[in-house]
Design a protein around this ligand. Structure first.
Ligand code: HEC
Length: 198
């Protein structure tokens, strides 16, 4: 015979204790996983600031520092500069030639890469005179990366070279972070000397 049935008072007490502990256990677990999340976020922000290319002076005035750091982490590891900086590397700083990497800070994200035989040229995605990267508001930027439709293009043509179907899968917060970082990079005129991959 089950002894718990023999002593109903005890079994109820055990059940109540278990129920009382359950939410606490869940809370502890949630706190632990949040700590992990915070640590991961902090390490990305820190890494983001470490990988801002040399010679690129960020303007952090009025910017959300955590978002800028995360945005740098994303922009500088997701290959935006690979197409939007031309030439991509400073003389003697091309890692593909085994040289220690030096991004071409003078044209950082100012566009000008051509993709022959296509007619497409990468855009200047530095902030315009009003501080808008590529001349886009945050909403327009997110829309462009999600849908491939540049709101500045009257015909609404789909971007053909830009890997927006992939970047567009990022969360709103990640896209916002990239935008916040792009607001902090130096504003440059369109690359005066466009061309293909050297
Ligand atoms: C493979 C090359 C390539 C990569 C990588 C790339 N882009 Fe682009 N991007 C382009 C080209 C080329 C255009 C212009 C039009 C097109 O694609 O047809 C463009 C256009 C844009 C536009 C629209 C602005 C305009 O006026 O046309 C934005 C915003 C943009 N890119 C942001 C980014 C960001 C942010 C990243 C990194 C997360 C990135 N791009 C990575 C090639 C690239």
């Amino acid at each position: 015979m089950n002894h718990l049935f023999a002593r109903p008072g005890l079994s109820i007490a055990i059940a109540c204790a278990a129920v009382a502990w359950l939410p606490m256990a869940i809370q502890v677990q949630a706190a632990e996983s949040n700590e992990g999340g915070d640590a991961a976020a902090a390490s990305r922000i820190k890494r983001g600031f470490e990988i801002v290319p040399g010679g690129v002076a960020l303007n952090l005035a009025g910017r959300n520092r955590a978002l800028v750091g995360l945005g740098s982490y994303l922009v500088n590891s997701a290959g935006c500069s690979d197409c939007h900086t031309h030439p991509g590397f400073a003389p003697g700083g091309n890692p593909y030639l085994g040289q220690p990497e030096m991004i071409n800070a003078g044209q950082y994200l100012a566009g000008g890469r051509t993709f022959p035989p296509s007619p497409f040229v990468s855009a200047n995605i530095t902030p315009d005179y009003a501080g808008h990267p590529a001349g886009l508001t945050l909403t327009q930027f997110i829309q462009t990366l999600r849908t491939g439709h540049n709101p500045n293009d009257a015909q609404g043509a789909l971007l053909q070279v830009m890997p927006w179907p992939f970047y567009g899968k990022m969360t709103d917060r990640d896209l916002q972070a990239m935008y916040e970082y792009l607001r902090a990079v130096p504003s440059l005129p369109d690359n005066p000397d466009p061309g293909p991959l050297p």
